[in-house]
Design a binder for this molecule. Structure first.
Ligand code: FAD
Ligand code: FES
Ligand code: MG
Length: 297
């Protein structure tokens, strides 16, 4: 059975939005879950987060960044095209509860996975303060969606072309400090009105998630990150996605992908993510060479 691409467009340079008909996945999808897809029978399997889902229409929305062979191939497909396999929903869903004030941080393509989580937390009655960040304004996306899914939205860009000039971590730090002062000066105010931050969830490049964890730790605020190790089967069988959390080996595809940020060994995560860099580079070079050859014929 193949899966039809209903819509596809480039949201911002190199980041694409794709809507796929996958009624069984859409029916069961929960915030924080992902699919593993294979473009064709000879393709590799890659995990992508379910950025949105529509049970009525039987569709899921994926957002992906062109970074290597498979994501570049996916980007070359158009509406009406087919994808051989879309397996999911996979992974443990996000914990959605009534925590009080939750800060949701999305960095780069991490804005897509944070969106359904922020929306669910808002619907559950939390005050949701979202922070979305990108290198530059021209690669920032889903600002309107994030605004609708949040009580308060902050934007950061590394180059200052929009919002706060700097990193998401600086805004997290400011909010935590504001919360600490507010909590001391106005004790007893209802949740969300004294500025106290009860939980932080951050999704983005590992270096960003590690930095957020470093900022929240001294404040003792529970922080959750969604890890993105290399995955193959997505069912806990192959061991490719193993991560170290609190000194214990976990499989991100079934035990996660969300974990306590203060317990994660980010150094190991980053070194394992770079394990196949020579092969990945070769695959891309092959693609470029093949395209060049095809163009010359
Ligand atoms: P390659 O050149 O093969 O690899 C580039 C880099 O991507 C590698 O160095 C490695 O760090 C990583 N990578 C490679 N293969 C895999 C793999 N099988 N699994 C995981 N990482 C890999 N990206 C998005 O753009 N949008 C998303 O919504 C998204 N959600 C994800 C959810 C989960 C649970 C995980 C684990 C990853 C997610 N990713 C997402 C990352 C995405 O899977 C990789 O960017 C993609 O697999 C790269 O494939 P490639 O062949 O294009 O690049
Ligand atoms: Fe194989 Fe998680 S991807 S065990
Ligand atoms: Mg690849």
């Amino acid at each position: 059975m193949s899966f039809t691409i209903l819509k596809k467009h480039e949201l911002v340079p190199t980041i694409h939005q794709m809507e796929i008909t996958a009624p069984r996945v859409a029916k069961k999808a929960m915030p924080g879950q992902f699919v593993i897809l294979r473009i064709n029978e000879r393709g590799e399997r890659i995990p992508l987060t379910i950025a949105d889902f529509d049970v009525q229409a039987g569709t899921i929305t994926l957002i992906f960044q062109e970074i290597g062979k498979t994501t570049c191939q996916l980007a070359s497909l158009a509406a009406g095209g087919l994808i051989a396999d879309v397996t999911g929903p996979l992974g443990t869903p996000s914990t959605i509860g009534k925590f009080g004030t939750v800060v949701c941080v999305g960095g780069g393509v991490g804005i897509a996975p944070i969106f359904p989580i922020a929306r669910a937390l808002l619907e559950a009655g939390n005050r949701v303060i979202s922070i979305i960040g990108a290198r530059s304004a021209d690669i920032l996306f889903w600002e309107e969606r994030m605004d609708a899914a949040s009580s308060e939205l902050h934007i950061t860009t590394d180059d200052g072309t929009k919002g706060h000039h700097g990193f998401v971590t600086e805004v997290v730090q400011n909010l935590l400090e504001r919360g600490k002062q507010g909590a001391h000066s106005e004790p007893g105010e209802p949740d969300g009105h004294n500025g106290q931050i009860d939980r932080v969830i951050a999704i983005g490049p590992p270096v960003m998630m590690r930095a957020v964890a470093g900022v929240t730790k001294p404040f003792g605020v529970k922080t959750v990150v969604s890890l993105n190790p290399i995955m193959v089967d997505g069912t806990g069988m192959c061991g490719a996605c193993r991560v170290l959390v609190g000194g214990e080996t976990k499989f991100a595809c079934v035990d996660g992908p969300e974990f306590d940020a203060h317990e994660v060994d980010f150094t190991l995560l980053m070194s394992r993510l770079a394990m196949y860099l020579p092969e990945e580079k070769e695959a891309i070079d092959c693609k470029a060479t093949a395209e060049l050859a095809a163009g010359r014929q």
